[in-house]
Design a protein around this ligand. Structure first.
Ligand SMILES: [Zn+2]
Length: 703
C-alpha cells in the first residue's frame, strides 16, 4: 500500500493546487468527455494554450532525443499523438471564436493566431524531427504497416516536404521570405477590396430612380443614407445585400450600369487600394515557390495534393461543363434580348441587364412565393425529415439528451446511435443567429473520432451551427428553401464526422482534400431536393398537409432557370483562377501591373466568354484565390458537385433512393474512411470507376 501512496502524492498535489482550476489542465470529468462548458472561462484559454505549446514542444524534444533508431512507433505515432493538449484547447477555443465569441475571445484569437502559426512552422521546419520521419519513410516498404499506417506516414512526410524540408538552407530561407511576403500581400489584397467597398456609395436623390425596388430595399437604403448624414436620400453599397437587389430590380438602366461597373471594378480603381500590382507580385511569387519545390507551375504544386490530381483532369472537367453551359447561356441571352425588344427598347443586352431581365422572366414563368414555401419547412419538421432520411439509409437513431453539458442554452444536444444501438457520437445543433455567433452555417468538432494511444476508441463530438430564421411571436422557425437544403448539407458534414471509423486523428472525419470534403455534404442535398422525399417531410406547420405537387414541380423547374448564366459566370472564374496558376514563365517588372488584364483577356478569348456575362469573381476582387485558400482550387466547388451527383446517381441506378447495399457501401468506402486513403481510390471503391460528368449536367439542367 505504501508503494502506491508515494505515487499518489504528486497526483493529489496537482489536483488540489488545481492550477487555478483550469479545466484544460486535467481530464474532463463529464459524460462522453464533453468539454465541461460551465467551468470553462475566457481567462483559461491563454494559460492553457501556453501550457499546451510547452507540452507539445517537450513531446517533440522527446522524439528527437530518443536514443533508439527511428521507428514507426517512436517517431511517426509519437508525433501523431503529440500536441494532444493543444488540440483539446483549440477544439473548444475555435468553436467559441465562431459561435460563442465576445471581445475577449476575439482579442485572444488575435493574440494566439501568430503564436500558433509560428509554433507549427517551427515544428515543420525542425530538421532533426524531419530526419527521423524521413528515415522511417525510407523503410516504409520493409516494415510491416497497415494501409492506414502507411497513409499516416506518407501524408506526414509529404507535409514536411511540401513545406520545404528537403531543400537546402538557402532555398528554405528564400521560401520563408516568400511565405512572409505572400502572407502580407494576400492580407493587403483583401483589405483593398474592403476599402473600395466601404468607400463606395450610390446616392439617389430622386425618388423616381428607385422604381422597381421593393419597399424593404428602399427603406434600408433610406436608413443608411440618414445614418450617414444624407437624410431624405437613399444610399446603396457594394455589399451583396444592397447591390444584388439593385441589379435584379432597379428599372433605371443607367444606374444599374453604374452599380454593376463599380461592383466588378472593386480593387481596380487606380487608387491606393488598387490590387493590380499585387496580383502580379502574388502570381510571380507563387510560381517561384513552386519552382523551388520542384514543380513547373503553381497549379501543379497545388493539384498534386487534391483528388483531381493534375491540371489536365481539372481543365477537361471544366470544359465538359463549359460547352453546354455556354450554349444554354447564349440561348438565355436570346430570350432576354427578345424580352427587351418586347418592352419596346432597342438596346443590346449588357452585363448590367442580365440579372434585371432574367428576374422579370423568372417571375413571369415561375413566380415562386418564398413565404408560401416556408410554411412547409418548420425547423423541427425538417430536422425530423433529416433524421428519417439518415435512419432509412443507415439505421441511425437520435436521442435528445437534456442532461449533458452544452456551450449555450439554445443548443440542442443529441446522442447519435447506430442501427444496433451502439453509441456513435454526440451531436450539437445550434440553429439561430445571436450576437456571439458569426454568420453562415458550418460543421465543426469538439473532438474528432480516433483511437487513442492506449487503443481506446474515442467517439466524436460534432457541432452543426447555423443562422436560420428564428421563431418570432407565435410563429415557429420557418426555413426558406435555401435554409432547408443548407441544413441537409451541414448534416452531411456532420455524418462525415460522426460515422468516422479511423485510427489516427489527423486522418479521421473531414481530414480530406478540399475538392473531396464537400462530397458528403452535397450528396445529402439530393435527398432534400427529391420530390417524393421532399413530400414526406415538407408538412404545413399549421395544417400538417403535405406540400402540393404543383408547388414541388414549380420549385424543381425554377431551380434550372438561368442555369446557363450561373454556370458560365462560375466556370469562367474557375478558368480565370487556372489561367493565373498554370503559367510557367515569370512576368517581368514592366508587365507586373498588367498581369490582371493579360490574364483576363486571355481567359475571355481562349474560352469564348460572352460580353453579356461578367466573371462571377473578377481578378481584382477574386479573394478566394488572392486572399483565401482557393488558389488553383476554385474548381473544387464544381468538382464536389461532380462527385455528389454521380454518387447519388448510384442510388438511382440501384432503383431505390434508400438502397441498403449502396448506402452501406457509401458508408464503408467514404463516410467512415476520413482521409485514410487517396480520395480518388476511395471514390473508385464506392463507384467502381472515376466520376463522370453526365449526372452533374443533368442535375444542373445542362443536358
Ligand atoms: Zn459544406
Amino acid at each position: 500500500m505504501k508503494k502506491f501512496l508515494v505515487l499518489l502524492i504528486p497526483i493529489i498535489m496537482i489536483t488540489s493546487c488545481g492550477k487555478q482550476d483550469n479545466p484544460f489542465f486535467g481530464e474532463y470529468d463529464t459524460p462522453f468527455g464533453i468539454p465541461p462548458f460551465e467551468k470553462i472561462k475566457n481567462e483559461h484559454f491563454v494559460p492553457a494554450f501556453e501550457k499546451a505549446m510547452e507540452e507539445h514542444n517537450a513531446e517533440i524534444e522527446r522524439i528527437i532525443k530518443n536514443d533508439s533508431a527511428p521507428t514507426f512507433q517512436n517517431t511517426i505515432e509519437a508525433f501523431e499523438y503529440s500536441g494532444g493538449m493543444l488540440t483539446k484547447v483549440s477544439n473548444v477555443f475555435y468553436n467559441y471564436d465562431s459561435s460563442k465569441t465576445d471581445d475577449e475571445i476575439a482579442a485572444i484569437a488575435q493574440e494566439m493566431g501568430p503564436k500558433l502559426s509560428s509554433h507549427y512552422d517551427e515544428i515543420l521546419l525542425n530538421e532533426k524531427l524531419f530526419e527521423r520521419i524521413k528515415s522511417v519513410y525510407e523503410q516504409m516498404e520493409q516494415i510491416n504497416l497497415s494501409s492506414e499506417q502507411k497513409r499516416l506516414l506518407s501524408e506526414m512526410y509529404k507535409r514536411f516536404v511540401r513545406n520545404g524540408a528537403l531543400l537546402s538552407e538557402e532555398s528554405r530561407t528564400r521560401l520563408k521570405e516568400i511565405n512572409q511576403r505572400l502572407s502580407s500581400l494576400t492580407i493587403q489584397f483583401g483589405q483593398n477590396i474592403l476599402k473600395d467597398v466601404n468607400s463606395y456609395r450610390l446616392i439617389i436623390e430622386n425618388e423616381a430612380d428607385l422604381a422597381g425596388l421593393t419597399k424593404a430595399v428602399i427603406d434600408n437604403a433610406a436608413e443608411r443614407a440618414a445614418n450617414e448624414g444624407n437624410a431624405g436620400k437613399w444610399a446603396f453599397t457594394l455589399h451583396n445585400p444592397s447591390v444584388m437587389p439593385f441589379l435584379h430590380s432597379a428599372d433605371n438602366r443607367e444606374l444599374r450600369k453604374q452599380m454593376q461597373q463599380a461592383f466588378i471594378n472593386r480593387g481596380n480603381n487606380n487608387n491606393d487600394s488598387d490590387n493590380k500590382k499585387i496580383i502580379g507580385e502574388i502570381v510571380n511569387l507563387r510560381l517561384e515557390r513552386s519552382k523551388i519545390l520542384g514543380y513547373n507551375t503553381f497549379a501543379d504544386f497545388v493539384l498534386e495534393d487534391r483528388m483531381a490530381g493534375d491540371v489536365t483532369t481539372v481543365m477537361d472537367f471544366l470544359k465538359q461543363m463549359w460547352t453546354p453551359a455556354l450554349a444554354i447561356a447564349k440561348a438565355e441571352a436570346y430570350d432576354l434580348q427578345a424580352l427587351i425588344k418586347k418592352e419596346g427598347h432597342d438596346f443590346e443586352l449588357a452585363q448590367w441587364d442580365w440579372r434585371y431581365y432574367s428576374e422579370k422572366l423568372r417571375k413571369e414563368r415561375y413566380d415562386l412565393d418564398e413565404e408560401e414555401i416556408r410554411q412547409y419547412f418548420e425547423l423541427n419538421t425538417v430536422k425530423d425529415g433529416i433524421f428519417m432520411v439518415t435512419n432509412k439509409l443507415w439505421g441511425l437513431k437520435y436521442e435528445e439528451r437534456n442532461d449533458l453539458p452544452k456551450y449555450h442554452k439554445d443548443v440542442q444536444v443529441y446522442e447519435v446511435l447506430d442501427a444496433d444501438n451502439t453509441h456513435l457520437g454526440i451531436l450539437f445543433m445550434d440553429f439561430h443567429p445571436r450576437d456571439s455567433k458569426i454568420g453562415g452555417a458550418w460543421m465543426n468538432s469538439y473532438r474528432k473520432q480516433h483511437v487513442d494511444q492506449n487503443g481506446k476508441f474515442v467517439s466524436p463530438i460534432i457541432t452543426v451551427v447555423c443562422n436560420f430564421t428564428p421563431p418570432s411571436g407565435d410563429t415557429p422557425s420557418l426555413l426558406t428553401y435555401d435554409e432547408m437544403t443548407t441544413f441537409f448539407h451541414e448534416f452531411g458534414h456532420a455524418l462525415h464526422g460522426l460515422l468516422s471509423d479511423c485510427r489516427y486523428l489527423s486522418l479521421s472525419g473531414t481530414s480530406v482534400p478540399r475538392d473531396f470534403v464537400e462530397l458528403p455534404s452535397q450528396v445529402m442535398e439530393n435527398w432534400a431536393n427529391e420530390p417524393e422525399i421532399l413530400k414526406s417531410f415538407a408538412l404545413h406547420y399549421q395544417t400538417g398537409e403535405q406540400m402540393p405537387d404543383e408547388l414541388i414541380e414549380k420549385i424543381k423547374n425554377a431551380g434550372h432557370f438561368n442555369t446557363g448564366f450561373s454556370n458560365v459566370e462560375f466556370i469562367a472564374s474557375a478558368f480565370l483562377d487556372m489561367e493565373y496558376h498554370m503559367i510557367s514563365e515569370y512576368f517581368n517588372e514592366a508587365e507586373l501591373e498588367n498581369v490582371a488584364s493579360i490574364i483576363n483577356k486571355r481567359t475571355i478569348e481562349k474560352y469564348g466568354l460572352i460580353p453579356e456575362i461578367a466573371f462571377r469573381h473578377g481578378s481584382t476582387h477574386f479573394s478566394h484565390i488572392f486572399a483565401g485558400g482557393y488558389s488553383a482550387g476554385y474548381y473544387s466547388y464544381l468538382w464536389s458537385g461532380l462527385l455528389d451527383a454521380d454518387v447519388y446517381e448510384a442510388f438511382r441506378e440501384a432503383g431505390n433512393l434508400f438502397d441498403q447495399e449502396t448506402a452501406a457501401r457509401l458508408r464503408n468506402t467514404i463516410l467512415e474512411r476520413g482521409g485514410t486513403k487517396d480520395a480518388m481510390e476511395m471514390y473508385i471503391d464506392f463507384r467502381g470507376r472515376k466520376p463522370i460528368v453526365e449526372p452533374l449536367l443533368k442535375q444542373r439542367g445542362l443536358l
